[in-house]
Design a protein around this ligand. Sequence first.
Ligand SMILES: Nc1ncnc2c1ncn2[C@@H]1O[C@H](COP(=O)(O)OP(=O)(O)OP(=O)(O)O)[C@@H](O)[C@H]1O
Length: 991
Amino acid sequence: MAGSASILTFCVGFNKHSLTSAISFEAEGGYMNASMKNMRFCSFLHSNLQKLCYRSTHKSAKKLLDEVISYGIASKSDRSDMLNKVSVLMGYSSLEDLIEQERIHRDSSPDLKEMFDEFDISLACGRFPSIILGNSSIIELYNEQSEQVDLLLGNSCKGYLPGAVGNIWTEPNKVSETWSFLDLASSNVNASLTKEENTSVFPIDSLPRASKSGGNSDATPGSKESDVRTATEPPQVTESDEFNFDLSINSVPGISSRHRQQLDKSGFHTLRKLLHHFPRTYADLRNAKGPIEDGHYLIFMGTVLSSRGIKASSSFSFLEVVVECEVASEAYPDVKKTIYVHLKKYFRGTRFTCLPFLRSLESKHKEGDLVHVSGKVKAMRMEDHYEMNEYTIDMLNKEAESNLQGEARPYPVYPYKGSLSPNFFKDILLRALKVLPANVDPIPNDILAEFSLPSLHDAYWGIHKPCTLNEADLARKRFIFDEFFYLQLGRLFQMLDACGTRIEKDALLERYQKHELNSIAVDEWSSLTKKLLNSLPYALTPSQLNATSEIIWDLRRPIPMNRLLQGDVGCGKTVVAFLACMEVIDAGFQAAFMVPTELLAIQHYELILSLLENFGEDHLKPSIALLTGSTSSKQSRLIREGLLSGDIAMVIGTQSLIADRVEFAALRMAVVDEQHRFGVIQRGRFNNKLYSTSSSLRTSDSSLDHSPDEKTSMAPHFLAMSATPIPRTLALALYGDMSLTQITDLPPGRESVETFTLEGNEIGLEKVYEMMHNELQAGGKVFLVYPIIEESEQLPQLHAATTDFSSISAKFEGYQCGLLHGRMKSDEKDEALRKFRCGDTNILLSTQVIEIGVDVPDASMMVVMNAERMGIAQLHQLRGRVGRGTRKSMCIFVAATAGALNRLKVLENSSDGFFLANFDLLHRGPGNLLGKKQSGHLPEFPIARLEIDGNILQEAHLAALKVLSTSSDLDKFPKLKAELSMRQPLCLLGD
Ligand SMILES: Nc1ncnc2c1ncn2[C@@H]1O[C@H](COP(=O)(O)OP(=O)(O)OP(=O)(O)O)[C@@H](O)[C@H]1O
């Protein structure tokens, strides 16, 4: 969409979609370039909300109506809050959900898509592979809030915003009292740095560009620089020794004190911060070649013919700027013809009809000024005259002029930052570039050459002053590479730092570099491990065997394992982890197994006990304990004593395992199930539980590399498990130091779960109940999953487990219903699950507590209410609770609105957890895939996007390994070490 003007125009008649579009647009920054838009949106929202409230008799709806009156003057967070509530009132689970649905709706409706595409200036950059319009956010080194922060954080709202160029609506009522403010904020008409302003700084051309870098310079076609880059005066800083990216902005010559203050106010304190203010996109300054058709978004360059502020009536005025442009004639492409573009901007209100205001407006553009205009064209009556009511206009300087004559080069378009205009950035950045010494790159040349990267010097030039789009693209790749590279380098550096000896360091590096699998064959597994293997009622799948062998190989190494075991739901990870635990227990050590819920802890505990039953002789059985929040204090004291003395070999439990009071005699392995439900910090806490010697634990000759007596402190091996398959790139970003083991096959005999999506209206629910009846009659068991426990006033559209309990019981007479939710006591939950498992209950109404790990192999049907509230990966996890046995199973996702079904459809067609996790990553971003807890530990990548730049992350990982194999303490690369500590103070790295 181009602007709220157009959105509101087509929203005149109320329908749900128009309100959705407007809210979605507003939330995504509709207000962001001109705060006065809120007034307009506010009235629109209010009037439509009134209509909604007639339909809803709910008290909260009325209250919301009162609140929305103040939308226009509310703070950003309050506005966000209001939009959220309106979204919920409309039947969406949240504002984010509304945007998601809106996007899907738009994508699936050709008409709407066309309408949106029409405004999409990404068309102008379609040929530009990696710079994505509106997505290259401003680098925030200091994290201060930019004026242009979207209402919604999160990725869901990015990706189809047209950005400043497309946003046009101007509501003059809020134009600042001082008209001088107008050029900066009153519209999207980009405030140009006027010639007068330019006089306060030295002429750019007097500043030299440092000579071309000595790095991998031939990777960048940067040699075709125009004369503006030539040197005539000595630079302020050219010696790379003296140079530092974190120098104050004062090192850039020729900045007036006013501009310095403005820069400072906008957070540009250092050269690095300034240089990382990247262009939002690049425009092609050559005038349109193809036919000029109504409604097309086009870019022209030309000279201003006239600029007039016209009073049309006592309360109505407009500005008309006419730009003369030369374009290729349609009939004869080689022949030029002249066209006239009329840029029009309207003002309503008596204040805007007075002469000084109009004069001030027209003086912004002078006759003969070279300008670059872009916007939606509409033919006027006169031939070769076109109108643009939604436009941006940029003043061009000499450089652009010379470009026009010579070879066209991409024209960088910068985002506004505070009161600083795009043109100001063009100017100041050119000055900053000129003080860059050629040899500033901390990354060694051979690494640059190996990964075909331009030097840093060339990359800065390439991104700010590219000669070609490829050059800009390559430069952008370099900056993404840097973001990933320093992250990986920091993590690996810290890991190596923790290794005591050279041998350990080499072993660690070798492990990362070797791609072939290292594994220990079953014959060589310890006797206890083999005993457990033989006690299993089934044979391991090839994948399970491989995974166990790989883990055991790691366990026999002198350095702590750090491995992520992942596989689809129900693939049998638990038993692999148990086998690994047996391996360390056999060697005389202890193992801890941490799971996110008590229910799961009990389930695992019961499973291992039942497997140990088959062991026969008692004295060979390791002693195993269960420790959760519900364990009585007496019992938990006994367990803690047992762990400290070494009498207990393995403990299964919840987060209580990492409580300070729990100490181990010889903890050698920590397993964390559903790793991403815990923060990375909790994982790190196991490392504090270093073992000390405990000969009492020794039950056989150790096959591990050394016994506890030989070494007194080593962090335990760490095995994380995840059934939300984390795409490899994400895993690398989250845990740069982790090895990955994947279980790729499912136990034999599993049939895929037949999946349906249905709208939760009366007809839909009747259908669901009918299917449930059929399943129960056929002897099946049904999970009925709810988003909340009790009905809530705030969330009237959500089904609730306890509320539905009696109606479901009545509906399914003759069948027993059970209830399971997080507010029940531990033994009540356990009992509810037990009854369901043994068949005493046939329907289990539950909340998402069952999402993780609950294993009832003969449960054959699942119905998920308000499925629209959950992510795809999460729904897949839930679905994994059925189809775990050999019985044919089915899953129904019920969504509150028809619109929400589209997103869920992917689950009907795929049961591949890796595919679905990738889908979630692409559509909702890493934050949503991982959930709040874990995504909080995701590093910030200002320009890289994990979901599409994954290959660069892999390269960065390899490059970091390469550097550290040459010099594990980075002493051979002092510049790199300095840069690393600048970017990521080493004490803050890792966990
Ligand atoms: N090789 C196998 N052959 C047959 N059944 C198996 C095999 N491995 C595991 N199972 C069974 O498959 C079911 C799922 O196993 P498990 O609970 O270990 O899976 P999981 O990967 O941890 O799943 P989730 O992530 O959903 O918790 C269990 O009932 C288990 O007994």
